[in-house]
Design a binder for this molecule. Structure first.
Ligand code: TYD
Ligand code: MG
Length: 460
């Protein structure tokens, strides 16, 4: 028998070290290392190779697999869009997000919708008492939904409860960080507990067939292990995001074995729960300040859907030796690149200025097509001249200062026309063989052309 030994495990990244340290050498997190029992080892792999007893595994053919996974649509269109058309039976989904963002609300709504449609649903809340979940259900107008509600957090009890009757269609565990098992020698909330309990539940789902949804809190202080460490075990990883102070919530797939990963679902948190947002562009543009310099509207794509969003910039003289560059909702490296291109290729001096860039409404942009809109917002701020309010921008800026073409031109323009925009500043390469009747195009070949549109010259 192997002797139970101690190991020191980082609760943020899962790295194991032989002794305790204040800072994790692997991820750099402070105060995240906790003592746990090392996994009790079996006879070890060498024994197996030398002829220990193993059970031969059975191989199967590829043909037997069903091509299209059967789906359990929830009826919440924004949720179904992100999962790729509904939940897949036997799969495990992790829903991560900051505390208070609305995970429990979203999943109670999903559970109730499925239960009302006749599917057997189990909702296990380890964080809230039954009365609290009931109060929330009342607030959401879903008290009548036949959801089987429990507050169990012990893994063995959960497996015994679920195994007792016929398997439900959906099991929601809120949250995976409250689960614990006597078989794992570590405190609840530690990496060992999280991994052990999650993997037991995932194999339960795989063998018995219900969809398993695990809720995981994202934690910054490393006191409880984050959902990152179980991402590899599950089939789908969804993150629920939003900016504090904004009522918009965005559900984003970061991993999906059964669907796309670039779709987003947009919700609005209201007093009676999360409402689906059918026209996100209209919502993101709802409180636009038309006459203010430093803003430009970007016609972007999120998955298969065009979304219009306002990009705001502020360029102000800096009092610091190294000027500040701050970005919310976009990649800071792309801003640095844009500033460098504006300086080097177009002669726009930004070196002595603080530059702030913000994507309105809490959306996070990852498309390079946003470059042109970000540049327009920056130039509008530098020139102190508002961008025309009826114009959208999209296009990628290359290091040479050329404006590169981007995909889905038609969809972007149609969405802009639908929302009342009449002009679009686009890459010249996009212009050739297209006619969009309601929108006048301003094709640009290089960033210098955009600088000129804002009345700036190379010496400004
Ligand atoms: P919750 O779902 O408990 O968040 P999480 O499970 O991610 O921690 O949501 C909590 C917040 O949502 C809380 O601040 C109150 C707010 N809320 C509403 O605004 N409207 C509602 O109908 C509900 C149920 C919650
Ligand atoms: Mg919760």
């Amino acid at each position: 028998m192997a002797k139970a030994s101690r190991a020191y495990v980082c609760q943020a990244c899962g790295a194991v070290s032989a002794r305790w340290a204040g800072q994790c050498a692997a991820c750099g997190e402070w105060n995240s290392i906790a003592e746990e029992a090392a996994a009790t080892s079996g006879p070890g792999p060498l024994v197996a190779i030398r002829g220990g007893k193993g059970r031969p595994a059975r191989f199967e053919t590829l043909q037997a697999a069903t091509l299209d996974a059967p789906r359990l649509p929830t009826g919440i269109a924004e949720f179904d869009r992100v999962t790729g058309g509904g939940l897949v039976p036997g799969s495990a989904v992790l829903v991560g997000g900051d505390p208070g963002i609305g995970k429990s609300t979203l999943l109670l709504q999903v559970a109730a919708r499925l239960a009302l449609a006749g599917a057997p649903v189990v909702y296990l809340s380890g964080e809230e008492a039954t009365a609290q979940v009931r109060m929330r259900a009342e607030r959401l107008g879903l008290s009548q939904a036949p959801v089987a509600l429990g507050t169990e957090t012990n893994l063995a009890n959960i497996i015994a409860t679920l195994g007792a009757g016929p398997a439900p269609a959906l099991v929601v565990i809120d949250s995976v960080q409250t689960l614990w098992s006597e078989g794992i020698e570590a405190a609840p909330g530690t990496i060992s507990q999280l991994r052990g309990c999650a993997s037991a539940l995932v194999s339960y789902a795989k063998t018995r067939g219900p969809t398993l949804i695990l809720v995981g809190h994202v934690t910054k202080d490393g006191q409880i292990a984050g959902p990152k460490v179980i991402e590899h075990m599950v089939d789908t990883v969804l993150y629920f995001e939003g900016q504090s102070g904004h009522q918009f919530r965005i559900l984003r797939a970061v991993k999906n074995r059964f669907g796309p990963t670039d779709e987003i679902g947009v919700f609005e948190m209201r007093h009676n729960g999360l409402q689906e947002v059918e026209n996100p562009s209209a919502l993101f543009l709802s409180d636009r300040d038309h006459g203010a310099p430093g803003t430009a509207v970007f016609a972007g794509m999120e998955g298969t859907r065009p979304i219009l969003v306002e990009i705001q910039a502020l360029v102000a003289p800096s009092t610091l030796g190294t000027p500040r560059r701050a970005v919310v909702g976009s990649d800071p490296n792309r801003l640095s690149m844009l500033i460098a291109v504006l300086e080097a290729r177009c002669g726009v001096r930004l070196a002595g200025h603080d530059v702030y860039l913000n994507v309105a409404g809490g959306l996070r942009l990852s498309e390079p097509a946003a470059d042109l809109a970000a540049a327009a917002a920056l130039l509008s701020s530098v020139a102190d001249r508002p961008a025309p309010p009826d114009t959208v921008y999209f296009g990628e800026v290359s290091l040479t200062g050329a404006i590169r073409s981007v995909g889905h031109m038609d969809q972007r323009l149609k969405e802009a026309a639908k929302l009342g925009f009449t002009r679009a500043v686009v890459p010249a390469a996009c212009d050739r063989d297209r006619q969009t009747p309601d929108i006048t195009l301003t094709p640009l070949t290089e960033l210098g052309d955009l600088v000129a549109l804002f009345g700036l010259s190379a010496t400004d």
